[in-house]
Design a protein around this ligand. Structure first.
Ligand code: DLL
Length: 433
């Protein structure tokens, strides 16, 4: 089903013209309403009139994660604070959360984006949709919720954290669609199998995202639950879920190009790569009012395809993600930067900056182990307290990243100390291909 045919199947020249007009307007708005952007543009001698079409986008400076941290919390607002009706947030590289700030219209456009994605997965007003992304500061829960309501489906806002309750709701209400992370859905499938409840499930599709997943995971989900599995992409900075998703041909994620202008750059040079080649995804919000972002460097590595899809949609498609340019990892659906872990560890007396985070997936559940070198004295006969120290480390990690990690304290010089850029993550899940 196509939710908004006139937009989703627009001829490419119309998309380009619309994007050009919206880019021009957006650049003019941020120049006049956001001192931060005005200064950045002035530094490179740019005026709003220099941007006339999407060809001119390369003239504009990038916006980075660091820019967001400097402007934290609301330094990049392009409207008066009183126009903002909602805030969301996610972890950032520098310890400052990244903020999504929405006007009423931004929420409407966001819901439309998610509604298009859900419709692409076959969801209609007759469906019963369980939303099992986290509700709260994370965009997944409320984002999926508003999109499903826009379609007119019946939403069950289960959120995360209670699989038994979820399974009861799933069965009692005969839910036909579920929105949650792919790893959580596999865990749900496993629980249903163990409890012999699979034949009571009426699901026909899932809308999974918020973390990278492989084709093998899609196949497993489809087979075990006998449903169709769809991929949905998004990030807090752009709005949340619903920036792009895949159709029944699974040939890339259709980006809502009437609202976002995607580019692929070489992360080292900042220049566009030839069409079809991989690089860092950069996006400009074309219609966002509250916190518009110009040429935001997402740090996600991928490529774009512009050919019309077999489904009839004409908007660019994000191809398989190849990784990130930074060391952010997503475990149990939570974005974690090693810098956050490091800062938490170093607040504890007796620790050292030598640590390693080991992420794995056992029975479709993410596991996180933090190995940490601590001072020699904890291993001598006189000083005990290794257990106590481990407890403190676990507590500090829980506070900093909200996750329970297994902690292994080791003697100095046990872990590999790299000579160059230190490596703090071993990800055994191999989610990027
Ligand atoms: O994860 C928004 C979202 C919620 C998307 C629910 C889909 C479903 P953030 O927490 O800001 O936002 O994390 C954004 O997660 O830059 C990617 O690295 C990664 N990511 C999100 N969706 C996908 C996906 C939400 N489908 C970061 N495939 C992004 C691969 C994904 N990576």
């Amino acid at each position: 089903m196509i939710w908004n045919e006139s937009k989703e199947c627009m001829p490419r020249e119309d998309i380009i013209a619309l994007q050009g007009a919206r880019l021009k307007k957006q650049v003019d708005r941020v120049y006049h309403n956001v001192e931060y952007y005005r200064k950045k543009m002035q530094e490179v001698g740019l005026e709003p009139g220099d941007i006339q079409s999407i060809e001119d986008v390369e003239k504009l400076p990038f916006t980075t994660n660091e820019d967001l941290a400097k402007a934290y919390p609301l330094g990049l607002l392009a409207v008066p604070r009183s126009e903002i009706v909602r805030i969301h947030a996610t972890s950032g590289t520098t310890g400052k959360p990244k903020i999504g700030a929405y006007t009423r219209r931004d929420i409407d456009i966001w819901s439309e984006g998610v509604a298009r994605c859900l419709a692409m997965s076959g969801v209609t007003r007759d469906d019963i949709v369980i939303v099992s992304y986290g509700y709260g500061l994370f965009t997944g829960g409320l984002g999926a919720h508003y999109g499903a309501e826009k379609i007119g489906a019946m939403v069950i806002p289960v959120s995360t954290g209670n699989t038994t309750k979820l399974i009861n709701m799933l069965i009692d209400f005969g839910a036909t669609a579920i929105a949650c992370t792919p790893s959580y859905l596999l865990h749900i499938a496993e629980t249903l199998e163990k409890e012999n409840l699979m034949d009571k499930v009426k699901l026909k599709c899932c809308i999974c995202g918020a973390e990278p997943w492989t084709e093998e995971m899609r196949t497993q989900i489809e087979k075990r639950l006998n449903i169709k599995a769809f991929d949905i992409y998004g990030l807090t900075e752009m709005m949340g879920p619903g920036v792009a998703s895949d159709c029944e041909y699974h040939a890339g994620l259709h980006v809502w190009e009437d609202h976002f202008l995607p580019e692929i750059i070489d992360p080292a040079t900042g220049k566009h790569v030839p069409e079809g080649e991989s690089g860092e995804l950069v996006m400009t919000t074309l219609t966002k009012e509250g916190l518009p972002l110009i040429r935001y460097r997402t740090r996600d590595l991928t490529s774009l395809k512009y050919e019309k899809c077999e489904c009839g949609r004409t908007m660019a498609r994000i191809q398989r993600f190849k990784g990130r340019t930074d060391d952010m990892l997503i475990t149990k659906g939570v974005n974690v930067f090693p810098t956050q872990v490091e800062a938490a560890l170093l607040t504890i007396d007796g620790t050292t900056p030598h640590y390693m985070m080991i992420v794995d997936r056992v029975d479709n559940q993410d596991t996180l182990e933090v190995q940490l070198e601590v001072e020699e004295r904890f291993f001598s006969d006189e000083i005990r307290g290794l257990e106590e120290l481990a407890g403190k480390v676990r507590g500090a990690l829980k506070t900093a990243i909200g996750l329970n990690a297994k902690v292994k304290l080791v003697e100095p010089d046990t872990l590999e100390h790299s000579q160059g850029k230190s490596k703090h993550v071993i990800d055994k899940r191999k989610l990027y291909e």
